[in-house]
Design a protein around this ligand. Structure first.
Ligand SMILES: C[S@@+](CC[C@H](N)C(=O)[O-])C[C@H]1O[C@@H](n2cnc3c(N)ncnc32)[C@H](O)[C@@H]1O
Length: 201
């Protein structure tokens, strides 16, 4: 990390940003471009503001690690809380046609993207809901997967414990529940050394 706790990847961002500002000002775009770009970014990063959860994506190696955690018996139900662009759900719903999947997402443009994706790449066993994860009934699911941020983890785990059936799995990509030891930790063999933290209810 750099001074002030900044991650190293901020260095190239800081280097490129002033050049981009200079290029954009040189292009003299019409003034409406700026609010349109702002609203577009807001519709994608909607939950960065209120929930402390931006958009970033689970990678394919981690999709397969999550797939390996799904119980083998038929009739299993799985939720992705904050389903993003749907990569995890599309992979899993193809790999396990016997399992029913549900995604929850409230960033408007991100949700719209997955709705359109469902038209182009239909999945009979996948349902997408424009609903906050806080309003999801977790009691319906055998496995709950999330990739969020440190901010919601304590509250979300408390909700999972209240609502999920005994034996259900609460799986968090990267972000641990404070002061709770996971029942299992899966180390994924990917570039960012992803860990899946598995909590059994
Ligand atoms: C880091 S992304 C993960 C996307 C996807 N699950 C994946 O792994 O590829 C987190 C997503 O959670 C969504 N999100 C955050 N808070 C939410 C909430 N309260 N209800 C629904 N979605 C939420 C964000 O909009 C974002 O798309």
């Amino acid at each position: 990390t750099l001074p002030m706790g900044l991650a190293r990847w901020w260095l190239p961002v800081q280097a490129v940003a002033p050049v981009l500002v200079w290029v954009v000002l040189g292009l003299q775009p019409p003034v409406w471009v700026f609010p349109v770009v702002f609203v577009g970014l807001l519709a994608v990063y909607w939950n960065a503001v209120g929930e402390g959860v931006p958009l970033y994506l689970t990678n394919p190696k981690t999709w397969r690690a999550v797939e390996n955690l799904l119980p083998e018996q038929p009739g299993v139900r799985v939720a992705d809380l904050g389903s993003g662009l749907g990569g995890t759900l599309w992979h899993l719903s193809a790999a396990r046609p016997d399992v029913r999947f549900e995604g929850y997402e409230t960033a408007p443009l991100v949700f719209l993207f997955t709705r359109l994706r469902l038209l182009v790449q239909p999945r009979a066993n996948l349902r997408l809901r424009f609903l906050s994860l806080w309003r999801a009934d977790l009691g319906m699911f055998d496995v709950v997967y999330c990739f969020l941020s440190p901010v919601p983890m304590a509250r979300l785990y408390a909700k999972a414990r209240r609502e999920m059936k005994p034996g259900g799995l609460f799986v968090s990509n990267s972000f641990a529940v404070p002061e709770v030891v996971p029942d299992n930790t899966i180390q994924v063999d990917d570039g960012r050394r992803t860990r899946l933290l598995v909590y059994r209810m």
